[in-house]
Ligand binder design. Structure first.
Ligand code: MD3
Ligand code: FE
Length: 214
């Protein structure tokens, strides 16, 4: 991590863990492009509600772009090169998503981030994500970059065990989070989304997570 990044003017980059950075508004200049890119992905691979291995339907609907996509069903959590709904490869990772993610990772000290997967989560009012770790990726040395669009959400981040107390931070339209190093396996989740209407996305929040899965 570059120390000076976090010593700059407030609002530039906020350190929320030793290996993490919150870049508020970093995606704002490209938000219109990002939303259009998501729309194009979704027209080929629509949002769908997946089930946990235990058979519980998730409240968030999901899709993917890139060589690999995260899926869950009765057989478990995993990455797949094909969309099980269509039998076709996931749509390619949009260029504007890739370049933004790489720029954010580099700012946080992770040069040469080469993601091969982008999970797209869609939250409607009431949708939430319970506390979990992201551990289906092969390589925990690579960071995860998260891009928030649309309605704000309260993000929870905990420690390396589920029982550790969680801190919360509101993620707004255009905010970008980079998680890596000692924070890569932190428990995290999202509180139920509040009602609202966003001028760019309407009544929802979209979260993109760029990952090196394979
Ligand atoms: C901290 N998504 O898709 S993104 C997920 O807002 C997920 O949709 C949330 O958790 C969302 O798995 C949170 C921020 C995030 C992503 C990955 C992390 C935080 C993380 C991995 C490790 C630690
Ligand atoms: Fe996660």
């Amino acid at each position: 991590m570059t120390e000076d990044l976090f010593g700059g003017p407030p609002g530039e980059a906020e350190r929320i863990g030793a290996g993490s950075a919150l870049l508020r508004g970093f995606a704002l200049p490209s938000a219109a492009d990002l939303v259009a890119a998501v729309d194009a992905v979704i027209s080929a691979a629509p949002f769908r509600r997946m089930s946990t291995p235990g058979g519980q339907a998730m409240s968030v609907t999901m899709s993917n772009a890139g060589a690999l996509g995260w899926i869950t069903d009765r057989r478990g959590y995993r990455y797949s090169p094909v969309d099980p709904q269509s039998g076709r490869p996931w749509p390619p990772l949009p260029g504007c998503v890739l370049s933004l993610g790489r720029a954010a990772a580099a700012l946080a000290g992770y040069e040469d981030f080469v993601p091969d997967a982008c999970l797209i989560n869609r939250y409607e009012p009431g949708s939430r994500m319970s506390l979990h770790q992201d551990r289906d990726e092969k390589d925990f040395d690579a960071p995860i970059v998260s891009i928030s669009l649309g309605l704000p959400a309260v993000f929870l981040f905990g420690g390396l065990s589920r029982s550790e107390r969680t801190a919360r931070v509101t993620l707004a339209h255009g905010d970008v989070l980079v998680w890596g190093g000692p924070d890569r396996l932190r428990f995290h989740g999202v509180m139920p989304l509040g009602a609202g209407e966003h001028p760019v996305t309407g009544a929802c929040r979209i979260n993109l997570t760029l990952r090196k899965a394979g």
